[in-house]
Design a protein around this ligand. Structure first.
Ligand code: UD1
Ligand code: PEP
Length: 436
C-alpha cells in the first residue's frame, strides 16, 4: 500500500494539463453497447481505476475492449452476441457501472445487474433509474441482491424525474435511443457530461435533443452504429487544480480547462479574490495573498458541484473570516472534515452544514481518505499545512486522478508517493532527503 506525503508551504507555479473527464467516459463507454455495427473509438481517455473496472464489466458482457493507455484511446466493439448479466464482482467495485443497464435493456430487452450499495458519501438509491425503465414498459424484478429488467420492446414515455439525477438521466436517455416512439424526460440533470453523452449518441445515429437544458426529448431509432469521439476535459480535476493555485498564492495555467464547465466554482473563487485569465487552450489561475471568506451550497448543475465541495472547504479554511459550506446532494460528504480537525482546522459541523473558521496554521498529520474527493482535498490541505502531511487509502484517489502527485510536483509542490512500509522505517533525515 502506498501513501502520499506532502510538505506544505510551496507556492505553485507553472502549467498542468487535465485529462478527459471520468464522469463523461463512464456513461459513454456504457453507450458503446448500443452499437450493433463497427468499432467505437474513444479518445482522451483518462488512465484511472474506474475505467479499468468498467472495461472489465463490458468485457464480461462480451464487448471487445482494447485500451491503449499510451495513446489514451479505447476501441470498443459490441457487434458480437452480448450477455445481459453484469458480474457482481465489478458492479460491487464501482456503483457507476449501473449505467450499463439502460443500454443493455435497449439492445437486448434484458439486463441483470447487482443492486449497487451505498458508498461513503451517501445512500445512493437507483429508484429514479428503475421508474424510468418501468415507464418505458420494462418489468423490474429484484431478487437476491440482483435487479433484472426485461421487456419485449421499450416504448417512448413521458418521464418526470423527482430529482435531476445524473445517472438516471443517462440511463433513461440511453434506453430511449432504441425505444419505439418518443421519450420526454423532464427535470433532467444538465451537467456537461450529459451533453457529451448526447453528442456521442447523436453521432451514433440517435435523435436526442435538449441535453444541457431541463428536458430531453429522444426519438427512438432502429439501430445505432459505432463512431469516434473525443471525451471532454475533466472539470473536477481542473477545479481541483484551481483550488490548489488559489490556496498557495499560486500562478498556474490549467491546460484544457473549460471556463463554461466550471462557472459556479470560478464565480466563488473570484469572490474569494482569485484572478482568472482565460486563454484559447485553458485558464490561468492566480491566488491572492489573502483569500476572502465565502458561503457555498452544493446543487445540481449549474449549481456548485458536490464533487468540488471537499476541495473548496480547504480554501475556506484558509480564508480570512468565517465561511459556510452546505452540502445538499449527498448526506454524508463531510468525512474529510474530521481528518482536517486532526490537522488543526476549526469548524462546527451540523448535519448538512459546516461553518468553517479561518485556520491559517494547519499542521501536517497522518490522515485517511474516505472517498475520491476527500483524498484530493486532504492532499490540498497538505499543500498549505506546516510540516509533513501523510494521506493514506489512495485507492480512492486513483479512481479519479491520474498521477496527481506528479502533476502537483510539476507545478512546484513538495510531494511524493511512497510505499507505506518503507515510509514507516524512514528516519527524519531520510525524509528530508526525499524532499531535497
Ligand atoms: C459517475 C458519475 O457521473 N458520478 C457523478 C454522478 O453520480 P450519480 O449519477 O450517482 O448521482 P445522482 O445525480 O444520481 O445523485 C444525486 C442525488 O440523487 C439521489 N438519487 C439518485 C438516483 C436515484 O435513482 N434516486 C436518488 O434519490 C442520490 O441519492 C443523490 O442524493 O453525479 C453526482 C452528482 O453530481 C456526482 O457526485 C458523481 O460524481
Ligand atoms: C462521487 C464521484 O464519483 P462516483 O459517482 O463514481 O462515486 C466523484 O467523481 O466525485
Amino acid at each position: 500500500m502506498e501513501k502520499i506525503i506532502v510538505r506544505g508551504g510551496n507556492r505553485l507555479e507553472g502549467s498542468v494539463r487535465v485529462e478527459g473527464a471520468k464522469n463523461a467516459v463512464l456513461p459513454i463507454l456504457a453507450a458503446t453497447i448500443l452499437a450493433e455495427e463497427g468499432k467505437n473509438k474513444l479518445t482522451n481517455i483518462p488512465v484511472l481505476s474506474d475505467i479499468f473496472t468498467l472495461n472489465e464489466v463490458l468485457k464480461a458482457l462480451n464487448v471487445a475492449i482494447e485500451f491503449d493507455q499510451d495513446k489514451k484511446e479505447i476501441m470498443a466493439d459490441a457487434s458480437g452476441e452480448l450477455n445481459f448479466e453484469a458480474p457482481l464482482e465489478y458492479m460491487n467495485k464501482m456503483r457507476a457501472s449501473i449505467v450499463v443497464m439502460g443500454p443493455l435493456l435497449a439492445r437486448l430487452g434484458r439486463a441483470k445487474v447487482a443492486m449497487p450499495g451505498g458508498c461513503a458519501i451517501g445512500s445512493r438509491p437507483i429508484d429514479l433509474h428503475l421508474k424510468g425503465f418501468e415507464a418505458m414498459g420494462a418489468k423490474i424484478q429484484m431478487e437476491n441482491g440482483y435487479i433484472e429488467a426485461t421487456t419485449d420492446g421499450l416504448k417512448g414515455a413521458h418521464i418526470y424525474l423527482d430529482f435531476p439525477s445524473v445517472g438516471a438521466t443517462q440511463n433513461i436517455m440511453m434506453a430511449a435511443t432504441l425505444a419505439e416512439g418518443t421519450t420526454l424526460i423532464e427535470n433532467v440533470a444538465r451537467e456537461p457530461e450529459i451533453v457529451d453523452l448526447a453528442i456521442f449518441l447523436n453521432q451514433m445515429g440517435a435523435k436526442v435533443v435538449g441535453a444541457g437544458t431541463e428536458s430531453i426529448r429522444i426519438e427512438g431509432v432502429k439501430a445505432l452504429k459505432a463512431v469516434e469521439h473525443s471525451i471532454i476535459p475533466d472539470r473536477i480535476e481542473a477545479g481541483t487544480f484551481m483550488v490548489a493555485s488559489a490556496i498557495t498564492q499560486g500562478d498556474v495555467f490549467i491546460e484544457d480547462a473549460v471556463p463554461d464547465h466550471n462557472k459556479p466554482l470560478i464565480s466563488k473563487l473570484k469572490e474569494m479574490g482569485v484572478q482568472f485569465k482565460v486563454k484559447a487552450n485553458g485558464m490561468r489561475v492566480i491566488g491572492p495573498k489573502i483569500l476572502k471568506a465565502t458561503d457555498v451550497k452544493t446543487m445540481p448543475h449549474p449549481g456548485f458541484p458536490t464533487d468540488m465541495q471537499a476541495q473548496m472547504t480547504i480554501a475556506q479554511t484558509q480564508a480570512n473570516g468565517t465561511s459556510v459550506m452546505k452540502e445538499t446532494v449527498f448526506e454524508n460528504r463531510f468525512m474529510h472534515m474530521e481528518e482536517l480537525r486532526r490537522m488543526g482546522a476549526s469548524f462546527e459541523l451540523d448535519g448538512e452544514t459546516v461553518v468553517i473558521k479561518n485556520s491559517p496554521h494547519l499542521q501536517g498529520a497522518e490522515v485517511t481518505s474516505s472517498d475520491l474527493r476527500a483524498a484530493a482535498a486532504l492532499i490540498l490541505a497538505g499543500l498549505v499545512a506546516e510540516g509533513y502531511t501523510r494521506v493514506t487509502n489512495l485507492k480512492h484517489l486513483d479512481r479519479g486522478y491520474y498521477q496527481f502527485h506528479k502533476k502537483l510536483q510539476q507545478i512546484g509542490a513538495a510531494i511524493e508517493r511512497v510505499d507505506e512500509s518503507a515510509e514507516k522505517e524512514m528516519q527524519e533525515e531520510e525524509l528530508k532527503q526525499l524532499f531535497a
